[in-house]
Every structure is written in C-alpha cells, then in structure tokens.
Design a protein around this ligand. Structure first.
Ligand SMILES: [Zn+2]
Length: 310
C-alpha cells in the first residue's frame, strides 16, 4: 500500500480519524466559520420563475374547474420535462452556474478534484501539485471529509481550497426535495468547517446534475454552483492518455478542469489515473503560458452576476 509521501507524514497517524461530533452538532469554531459564509441574495431565474407561476395557475385552475384536471396535469408534466432537460451540468437556465473563470482572471485555468478526500490518492496529488507550484480546489464528499479531518487540514495548509460536493454523493441527489438537498449541503459545510475552521464557498452537484430546487438552497449557505469547462472522465478507468487528451484538446485560458482524487473507479489497475495525468497536464499548461490555480480568486470577487458563465 502506498505510504504518504514526504510532507504528508504528519497525516499518517490521523488519516483514519473519526468524527468527534455527530453531523448535527457544531463546535464554536465551526459555527463561526459557517457564519463567515455570507448569505447570497436569491431570486429565481426566468425559467424557474415561469415554472412556479405555471404551478400556481394550474393549482388555481384545478380548484376553479376540477373537470379540466387532466389537461392541467399534462401542462405540468410538460413543464417538468423541460426542467429535466435543463438539469445538465453546464446549464445556466436554472440559476447561476460557473462553467468558466471570469474574464478578469487573464491566462489562468482552475484545477478541480472531485470525490475525495482519499487517504491514499489525495496526499500524492498534493505532492504533485507542490512539485509544479500549482494550487487547486478539492470538492469533497462530506461523509469522507468527516473521517479525514487531518487530510482536509493538510489540503488547506498547502494553499488549496476545500469545496462542497454533497454529503453522500447519491445518484438520486438531483431528484430530491428541498429539505433533503439542504441537509446534504449543510452537513458537508459543517464537516469541512469542523475540520478546518473555514466553510466552503462553492458547490458541485454529484454527477454535475443540478436540481431546479438547488439554487435557493445554495443561496442560504452563501454557496455558488460550479460545473466545469472540460472533464477527463478519469473515474471511468480509461487510459490516462485519453483522459489527458480530453482535458487538453482546445485547452484555453479561463477553463475549469475536472479530475477525481477519490473515485474507486480511478484505480482499475491499482493506480489512480489522476496520478499519471497530472504531471503532463501541468506541463502542458505551463508550456501554454497558463497559470494553474484554485477557485479562491473567484470566491474573493464572487457575485451572482459573475457566476453566469462565459
Ligand atoms: Zn462526484
């Protein structure tokens, strides 16, 4: 089994630490960090606004003329079909969604990792990033974050940001109701704040599929939705060369790149694809004159208007 590389030694005793509190209780430091994440002003985007209006009209119509309920339900079914088609990862129709860096960031690309932290892969990713002088944003799964607090602190200590990728990473995430969505988001905010003292500023949905109900939930936590410009599909066990090709074909300033440091599928032959892809990816970015960094500068100047994508 891989041993954590130099720089991660201090983690080895703590990589399997367990949550000291239940997911519903917060330390004073975590409560403070959660407060530091400001509420984001929210109003529905035009499509969800029209959908809410349509639901209201249909409800009134059924009350006023009950004999027309089949037609009303057909209209609502059509509305839900439209909403379903707009749930794809890069959709900006259901609310703000960062699909590329803002134009003010010049020749920069953002590197993001999903599904960690993983006590074997993440420390090696951190070492590779150190070697190339790059930073990144790690979108962690809350239940893993709650088990690996020391690893989270090490990610932060090395200058990277830790973001929210839901608590359970359920395939059904996008189909859940608003209270279930909020629980997934809040538990992860708490797990990260509990371990690091800093609450995430960005959220990425499992599989990237966004619910029409997600935006107000994120606004309550001061979170901004992020998808990606290019992804390598490294979680499918593909050849690293193909993963690298997907990420670098057409690579340009302001791209947000997605890799995985914590998906079991990344290790088809005992080695995570990300470990083979990262060095040549960082080298190609350097050769193209592109700075590789985290989403921290976006958080610093975040506004809902800036989040609407290119
Ligand atoms: Zn994921």
């Amino acid at each position: 089994m891989h041993r954590p590389a130099l720089g991660c030694r201090a983690l080895s005793d703590d990589l399997t630490d367990r949550p000291r509190r239940g997911p519903g209780r917060l330390s004073p430091a975590a409560r403070l960090a959660a407060r530091l994440a400001p509420l984001r002003a929210w109003s529905p985007a035009p499509v969800p606004r029209a959908s809410l209006w349509l639901h209201g009209v249909a409800a009134l119509g059924i009350v006023a003329e009950p004999q027309h309920w089949p037609q009303m339900l057909a209209v609502l079914a059509g509305n839900h079909a439209v909403l379903g088609a707009l749930m794809h990862p890069r959709s900006t129709q259901l609310g703000p969604n960062l699909v590329a860096l803002p134009g003010t960031m010049g020749k920069a690309v953002a590197l993001t990792f999903d599904d960690g932290p993983d006590p074997e892969v993440t420390p090696r990713v951190l070492d590779l990033l150190d070697r190339h002088g790059a930073t990144a944003s790690f979108f962690v799964i809350g239940r893993k974050a709650a088990r690996h607090g020391a690893l989270l602190r090490e990610i932060g200590r090395r200058g990277h940001t830790i973001e929210n990728h839901s608590y359970h990473h359920a395939k059904s995430f996008a189909c859940r109701g608003p209270w279930a969505l909020r629980r997934e988001v809040v538990l992860t905010q708490r797990a990260v704040a509990e371990a690091t003292g800093v609450a995430p500023r960005f959220f990425r949905a499992p599989m990237g599929l966004r619910s029409p109900l997600l935006d107000p939930v994120l606004a309550l936590e001061g979170l901004q939705l992020v998808s990606w410009t290019r992804r390598g599909y490294d979680g499918r066990g593909d050849d690293p060369g193909r993963v690298l090709d997907r990420l670098t074909r057409g690579l340009a300033a302001r791209d947000i790149l997605l890799l995985h440091d914590g998906t079991p599928g990344t290790r088809p032959r005992g080695e995570a694809a990300v470990l083979a892809v990262l060095p040549p990816l960082l080298a190609r970015c350097a050769a193209a004159g592109l700075r590789v960094g985290s989403l921290a500068p976006v958080a610093a100047r975040a506004s809902p208007a800036a989040a609407a994508g290119r």
